[in-house]
Ligand binder design. Structure first.
Ligand code: DGY
Length: 439
């Protein structure tokens, strides 16, 4: 695969989006450093430039808060960068734990860093340097996980909640719809704001709606009014969700922390306890036997959110299900919901093909995303489902080579209009393409 024609093009995207300190997720729409993007980008770079992969993660963790929270955005200082909400809106200087002199947002993102570190170690030729890097990063990632277990799991179930759709990484997923709809914008005090994500006309049509943004902004305002105090936010926040994608990733990273800690001779009892409890609770609380996937849970309403999104399949990557449950998930993937048996569909749509409101051009409401495909691919391999894993990989590579390194893709082969959607030159699409081709 090393002479695959896509490889040089993918590396070029990563090179172009590198600004000397970190890699922007995309040239203009996302001009700062994003948390889980940085993890996927480091993984892609690790295959040909390990120093840069390490620099990427070091830069991200410079933004870590003293309570362990790793922010969703670490802001760069490019005066041309047009992004809302910027540091003046987040006002994280109000937070007791925010770092001095480094501007960040005030929420987190799915904790990919543990498994990314382990993958980096496996890829590295110079194991001594890689081990030193693990030594440096291990306490930071442990602190991040400890933050989730100490502050985002108040009932001590082992399930971390997110308090903003941006924390889940899947901004406008149908999973969040009901919780957001309960926030009546006519009754909410929403501070004035100006979006900056609508400048690219092609991307603008598919971005989250104004009503979505009003609620995103309301939540940020609530956090800053509470000086980012987790206990107060937990009491007041209308949006508190335990997401299977987020917690599935947490499991994979817990497992990686156990391996890293073991390698470094650390006491690994804490990550072992986390790992066991989260897997147990995901199966006890979020597993849906009838539908063959994991649900999210709304902590405010005290109810499951039974929508068919591909987030419900992602716990495969953290080896959360048993082989039997995984077989049921495979049936779900191959059912009419995700089109795994259809020749005219490219895996894996993010939302059921049969949902009335599926929208194949709208971010997380139907399109294929390369990062979720990569997580699904790795998950399927864990259960020896090599054939369908290979299909996920080949569908992804076909989209990337036919369309380019877009942010996301219409899953229908015969779709009208654009198949490559959102911004192009998207870093994680390129990075995970490299990872697939070099592995
Ligand atoms: C955005 O601004 O669209 C990002 O996805 C938030 O993380």
């Amino acid at each position: 695969m090393q002479d695959h024609p896509l490889l040089a093009a993918a590396r070029q995207v990563l090179e172009q989006n590198w600004n000397g300190r970190f890699t922007k997720p995309a040239p203009s729409l996302y001009p700062h450093q994003w948390n889980w993007d940085a993890g996927f980008i480091a993984l892609g770079n690790a295959h040909h430039n390990m120093d840069r992969a390490m620099a990427e993660l070091r830069h991200l963790f410079r933004g870590q808060w003293s309570n362990g929270m790793l922010p969703q955005i670490v802001f760069g200082d490019d005066p041309q960068a047009r992004y809302f909400p910027g540091p003046d809106f987040w006002q994280t200087e109000k937070a007791e734990h925010a770092p001095q002199g480094i501007q960040t947002s005030g929420i987190s993102m799915p904790p990919v860093h543990g498994f990314v570190l382990w993958e980096l170690y496996e890829i590295a030729e110079d194991k001594e340097a890689a081990r030193a890097f693990l030594q440096e990063m291990y306490p930071k990632v442990i602190a991040l996980h400890r933050y989730f277990y100490d502050y985002r799991d108040p009932e001590e179930e082992g399930l971390a909640y997110i308090r903003h759709p941006w924390e889940g990484g899947t901004d406008n997923s149908p999973i969040w719809d009901a919780a957001l709809a309960r926030m009546d914008t006519s009754q909410l005090d929403i501070p004035p704001y100006e979006r900056k994500d609508l400048q690219n006309p092609k991307a603008a049509a598919h971005r989250p709606t104004q009503a979505d943004y009003d609620r995103y902004v309301y939540l940020v305002d609530l956090f800053r009014k509470n000086a980012y105090d987790d206990a107060r936010i937990y009491e007041q926040c209308p949006f508190l969700i335990q997401d299977p994608l987020f917690n599935g990733i947490l499991c994979w990273s817990n497992e990686a922390l156990i391996k890293i800690g073991d390698l470094l001779g650390e006491d690994i009892s804490e990550p072992m306890q986390w790992h066991e409890l989260t897997i147990w609770s995901m199966n006890d609380k979020l597993w849906d036997e009838e539908r063959g996937l994991y649900n999210a849970y709304d902590l405010r309403q005290q109810e499951l959110i039974p929508v068919y999104t591909s987030s419900g399949l992602m716990p495969l990557c953290g080896e959360v299900p048993t082989q039997e449950q995984a077989e049921a998930m495979l049936l779900t993937l191959e059912s009419g919901h995700f089109g795994g048996k259809r020749k005219d569909i490219r895996l894996c749509p993010t939302y059921s093909l049969q949902a009335e409101d599926v929208d194949f051009k709208k971010y997380w409401r139907g399109p294929v995303w390369i990062n979720l495909n990569w997580l699904l691919y790795r998950g399927l391999l864990r259960y020896d489902m090599d054939k369908v894993a290979e299909r996920v990989k080949q569908d992804s590579l076909a989209l990337l080579s036919e369309q380019g390194f877009y942010e996301y893709f219409d899953p229908r082969k015969e779709a009208e209009g654009e198949i490559g959607c959102g911004t192009d030159s998207f870093s994680w699409s390129a990075a995970l393409c490299v990872e697939w081709l070099m592995r």
